[in-house]
Design a protein around this ligand. Structure first.
Ligand code: DX5
Ligand code: ZN
Length: 221
């Protein structure tokens, strides 16, 4: 694997200066803006929605990767598409009709992704892998930044990688939660190609140095 994408989660950004933070992190070498949407229902936290997505859209050409931690999913999908989202991923437990939600995201011009909580089985890929563009393996329980990486996610990444490679499709394998400079190489070796990092980047003093350190570790994989 030679191309890795680094996706800073703006959950750990300074929300009072969100536009500046997005521009800084892209200027520092990030590839994607990871946009965490929480509803205080599916997860015990409340964050940002389509209005904020639309506000940051003109500030960067980088893809905006919307991670929906909300239930239900479908009603808000067109709003995020209109607000400029490029990728929309959702948790299968949060949709009554997973295939329909995937189609809805596609029909709205976005890349559909499925997200797997630590205890959610990969069997949800059985009848979806031919329709999705991204698989997101959660390496923490969703809801908060700054949690510790759950090691079992490595085995799950290896299994997801096996399934993706078997599909023959170009599907991104993303990991989210507890990704740091010190563990990013091990995570990439398990098969992830798209690495979300919130506190590791926004909690650092120098975003460019942190992203460069991550890329240096990835270059050794
Ligand atoms: C957690 C979110 C993550 C979070 C990652 O529910 O989905 O994107 O911001 O934060 P870190 O990298 O600090 O674990
Ligand atoms: Zn996320």
């Amino acid at each position: 694997m030679s191309t890795y994408r680094i996706a800073p989660s703006i959950l750990s950004a300074d929300f009072a200066r969100l536009g500046d933070e997005v521009q800084s992190v892209i200027a520092a070498g990030a590839d994607i803006v990871h946009f965490d949407v929480m509803d205080n229902h599916f997860v015990p936290n409340l964050t940002i929605g389509p209005l904020v997505c639309g506000a940051i859209r003109p500030l960067t050409d980088a893809p905006i990767d919307v991670h929906l931690m909300i239930e239900p999913v479908d009603r808000i999908v067109p709003d995020f598409a209109k607000a400029g989202a490029d990728i929309i991923s959702f948790h299968p437990e949060a949709s009554s009709h997973i295939d329909r939600t995937i189609g809805l995201i596609r029909d709205n011009g976005c890349m559909p992704g499925l997200v797997f909580n630590p205890a959610t089985p990969l069997s949800y890929l059985d009848w979806t892998l031919d329709k999705i563009d991204l698989v997101l393996i959660m390496s923490v329980n969703p809801g908060f930044g700054g949690q510790r990486f759950i090691p079992a996610a490595l085995d799950k990444l290896r299994e997801a990688r096996r399934r993706i490679d078997g599909s023959g499709r170009d599907i991104w394998l993303q990991v989210d939660g507890g990704v740091k400079v010190d563990n990013i190489a091990e995570i990439a070796r398990a098969g992830a190609d798209t690495l979300v990092a919130g506190s590791a980047i926004f909690g650092s003093d120098d975003y460019a140095a942190t992203i460069a350190a991550m890329r240096a570790r990835l270059a050794e994989v």
